[in-house]
Write a protein that binds this ligand. Structure first.
Ligand code: MG
Length: 371
C-alpha cells in the first residue's frame, strides 16, 4: 500500500511558542505535543521525535518499543537539565507496514481513520476527563467543557517508564488517516474534520485546511496534523490496480538527481570557460606569429587555445632563426596576462627581429667562407 502525505504544524493565534512537533519520515509518521515550563515543551516533543527517527533508521524493533525508548530519552534529558525538569509530551505515531499501519500512542493527541464516510477515533485520550467519562462520573457533554480537559494521565518523559497503547489497522484503498494534536480537536468538531477531509482528497490541501479551521475557531493552542491517504495496494487483492504514477515527491527527487549533476557540469564548464577566456599566450599559427586566447594545450584532439590575431609580417621561422635565445619558448607558447600585453610583446618581437636582421646583414658570416 502506498500513501500520499500531507502535514502542517502551526503556532496558532494565542501561544508564543509552538511546542508541537511532527515527524514525516516514511514509513514513520508522528505528532507530539510537548508541555513543561521554560522551553520544556518544545524540547520534549523534539527529543521524542528525534529519538523515534533515529531508532527507525538504526533498528527494526516494534514501534511501541521505540516509543518506550523515546520516553526514556525525554526522561533522561529532563533529569540532566534542571530547567527542563517535569517536561513531557504526547506521542501518536504510525508506521506503515505493508498493507497495514501499526499505531503507538501516549497522551491526548489523536489518530483518526476516515473510511467509507465514517470517521473513527483510533486512539483513546489519556486524560482525567476521559477516565471520568468511561467510569460514568461525567457525561460526554460535561466532558467537552470540563475545566481540567487537558490534564493528562499518561505522558511521555514524565516518568522512567510508560505504558504505550498499540494497535494495528489494515488499510484499504482510499482510507484517510489523520494524526493530530489537541490544538485541532479542541477547536474543530469531528463533523468539521470529516467534512474537510472529504472535501480535500489531496492530503496536503486537507492538512492546510484543518489548520486554518482551527485558527479560524480561535487557534488557542498549537495545532499539528499529518494526513495520509492510502492509494492502491502492491499486488494485494484490496484494490483494483491503478496505473503507477510517480508522486510529486518522486518526480521532485528524480529531478534533483538529474539536475544536481547537470548543474555541477554546467558550473564546471562555465568555470573552465571563464578561466580560459582570461588566459592569453603568443605562439605560432600556420607559420606566423599569433596571439592566442586560452592555454596552449590539446585535449583529445581539441585545441584549448585558439588564435585571435595573426601577424602575417612575423614568420615563426624567422623568430626561431634570429631570436631563439630571447624567445626560446615560442613554440610552446609565451604566456601573457592580457591581450594588451600580448600586443606589447608582439611589438617587442617585431623590433627585436628587425634589429637582429640588420645586425646579421652587417656582420660577415662566421668562418668568412666567401660571400
Ligand atoms: Mg496542545
Amino acid at each position: 500500500m502506498k500513501v500520499e502525505i500531507g502535514s502542517a504544524t502551526d503556532i496558532g493565534r494565542v501561544r508564543e511558542r509552538n511546542e508541537d512537533a511532527i515527524l514525516v519520515d516514511p514509513p514513520l509518521f508522528a505528532v507530539a505535543d510537548g508541555m513543561g515550563g521554560h522551553r520544556g515543551g518544545e524540547v520534549a516533543s523534539q527529543v521524542a521525535l528525534e529519538t523515534m527517527e533515529e531508532l527507525e533508521g538504526s533498528d527494526r524493533d516494534t514501534l511501541a518499543e521505540h516509543v518506550r525508548r523515546a520516553n526514556r530519552a525525554v526522561w533522561d534529558r529532563s533529569v540532566d537539565d534542571e530547567q527542563l525538569s517535569g517536561m513531557g509530551t504526547t506521542l501518536t505515531a504510525v508506521r506503515l507496514d505493508g498493507d497495514s499501519v501499526v499505531l503507538a500512542h501516549v497522551g491526548d493527541s489523536r489518530a483518526y481513520l476516515l473510511r467509507n464516510g465514517a470517521l473513527r477515533q483510533l486512539t483513546s485520550d489519556h486524560t482525567l476527563v476521559e477516565r471520568m467519562l468511561r467510569s460514568g462520573e461525567i457525561t460526554e457533554a460535561e466532558a467537552d467543557v470540563h475545566p481540567h480537559k487537558n490534564v493528562l494521565t499518561r505522558a511521555l518523559g514524565t516518568d522512567e517508564q510508560v505504558d504505550v497503547d498499540e494497535e494495528s489497522v489494515a488499510l484499504e484503498d482510499g482510507d484517510r488517516l489523520l494524526l493530530c494534536s489537541d490544538g485541532l480537536t479542541g477547536m474543530v468538531t469531528e463533523e468539521q474534520i470529516q467534512a474537510i477531509l472529504e472535501a480535500s482528497p489531496d492530503p496536503q490541501n486537507a492538512a492546510d485546511r484543518l489548520v486554518r479551521a482551527a485558527n479560524r475557531a480561535g487557534g488557542v493552542d498549537n495545532v499539528s496534523v499529518v494526513v495520509l491517504r492510502a492509494v492502491g495496494g502492491d499486488g494485494g487483492a484490496a484494490a483494483p490496480r491503478r496505473r503507477p504514477r510517480p508522486s510529486g515527491r518522486t518526480v521532485a527527487r528524480w529531478a534533483l538527481r538529474i539536475a544536481i549533476p547537470l548543474l555541477i557540469v554546467a558550473v564546471a564548464l562555465f568555470g573552465a570557460r571563464w578561466y580560459l577566456d582570461r588566459q592569453w599566450y603568443i605562439g605560432p599559427s600556420d607559420g606566423k606569429i599569433a596571439i592566442f586566447q586560452g592555454i596552449p594545450l590539446t585535449i583529445v584532439g581539441y585545441d584549448v587555445g585558439h588564435a585571435v590575431q595573426t601577424f602575417d609580417d612575423l614568420a615563426a621561422s624567422e623568430v626561431d632563426r634570429y631570436l631563439a635565445d630571447q624567445y626560446p619558448t615560442l613554440e610552446d607558447g609565451i604566456p601573457v596576462d592580457s591581450r594588451d600585453e600580448a600586443l606589447d610583446v608582439i611589438e617587442q618581437i617585431r623590433t627585436d627581429l628587425e634589429a637582429a636582421k640588420t645586425t646579421a646583414r652587417k656582420e660577415p658570416k662566421n668562418g668568412g667562407g666567401g660571400g
